[in-house]
Design a protein around this ligand. Sequence first.
Ligand SMILES: [Zn+2]
Length: 53
Amino acid sequence: MAGRDSELEEEACYADCDRCGTSLYVILRFRENVPERVVAIGREIDWPEGYSK
Ligand SMILES: [Zn+2]
């Protein structure tokens, strides 16, 4: 399974709540450049360290 992990990538994206307009971050997991699932979501003010804005 060499190189398997290199196909996985996580990226933090900006989002806004449709209801109240709160600024959010969404961390998506990509597998071979295809978004696979949401890993985490939270307020933009709590943007997690280690993810580029
Ligand atoms: Zn909301």
